[in-house]
Design a protein around this ligand. Structure first.
Ligand code: ZN
Length: 85
């Protein structure tokens, strides 16, 4: 599955916890997908930040908007911990 365009979103964090999210929307292609991604990311940031469930690092912009982990290693570590192995 192709990953989203990492340059399609820009996130600016302010010192007081607020943030600005800027989305690049092109006149060609499907604008709705980019706007939906922007909305999903903004919703995550409002609900306490878009960060990895395992290492608490911010999730990089090349991950999908519904990603819970920053990388495969964190996802696998969490799965192993869940299984208790
Ligand atoms: Zn992580």
């Amino acid at each position: 599955m192709p990953t989203p365009d990492p340059d399609g979103l820009f996130i600016d964090y302010w010192e007081d916890g607020r943030f600005n999210v800027l989305a690049e929307v092109w006149p060609h292609g499907n604008r709705r997908h980019r706007i939906a991604r922007l909305r999903a990311v903004v919703r995550k940031l409002r609900l306490g930040g878009w960060q990895c469930w395992e290492c608490r690092e911010p999730i990089p912009l090349y991950r999908r908007a519904d990603a819970r982990y920053c990388c495969e290693a964190c996802r696998k570590r969490a799965a192993r911990a869940r299984r208790g192995t």
